[in-house]
Design a protein. Structure first.
Lengths: 78, 155
């Protein structure tokens, strides 16, 4: 899950203007094992700077959730 | 009642967590009581997600899940005498807030997990991770604990 989530976050941060600040409603429906091939689908979330993700394996969703980002220059971090 | 523990993570980690190698992030139990645990953790530089002395902050969710698993193992051992390790799963993250983009590698993390509710085998935990008293993340997780490592279902 962490590896797939890392891929999601890296893609969304690729332009360097936003950073991952939260997650919401993440559901891990099935475990993944070594050698499993996954497909990651990203769609724009309803909230600003949010990305909905779905990780699929063999056509079935294994993990879904919402990534929350902030602009990198926002002073929201401690 | 707060329980003083002869640290089970250091004494017999395989009885608390099934994880091995770099996947075992928890390094010790500071204190535990019914529904609460404070533990220490460390992300090794050799962890697959570590790079340049940092690891992504969401790896802290796994740290929190391991703390929750350790709490369940300690309580199970106290209440039932069942000291066998169990396989548990993180099944949802209701919400998580990352206050820092990364976790430091090879640093001592402090993790707390509060049991907020349970309908066995499901449980909800509020977790928090700090480093040198600076909060890095907090989240609400749900876990599913059931089968023993050898495949037998939890009573």
């Amino acid at each position: 899950m962490a590896l797939a989530l890392s891929a999601c976050a890296q893609q969304s941060e690729r332009d360097g203007t936003r950073t991952l600040v939260g997650l919401r409603d993440v559901r891990l429906r099935r475990k993944l094992g070594p050698g499993d091939h996954v497909e990651v689908v990203l769609t724009e979330g309803r909230e600003p700077l949010s990305v909905r993700f779905e990780i699929r394996c063999d056509g079935e969703p294994v993990t879904v959730g919402l990534l929350l980002f902030a602009r990198a220059d926002d002073s929201i971090r401690g | 009642m707060t329980r003083s523990v002869a640290d089970p993570i250091r004494r017999a980690p395989h009885l608390v967590l099934p994880h091995t190698g770099t996947a075992r992030l928890l390094t010790g139990v500071v204190r535990s009581e019914a529904g609460f645990i404070e533990a220490t953790a460390r992300v090794l530089a050799t962890h697959p997600l570590a790079s340049g002395g940092r690891a992504p902050c969401f790896l802290g969710l796994e740290v929190g899940a391991q703390a929750a698993a350790a709490l369940e193992a300690l309580l199970r051992g106290t209440e039932t005498g069942d000291g066998s390790p169990r396989v548990g799963y993180l099944v949802s993250v209701r919400e998580a807030t990352f206050l820092q983009p990364d976790l430091p590698v090879d640093a001592s993390l402090v993790v707390t997990a509060h049991l907020e509710g349970a309908a066995p085998p499901l449980a909800i935990y509020r977790i928090r991770i700090t480093v040198d008293d600076v909060e890095f993340l907090h989240a609400t997780l749900s876990t599913y604990g059931g089968a023993s490592v050898d495949g037998h279902a939890s009573p």
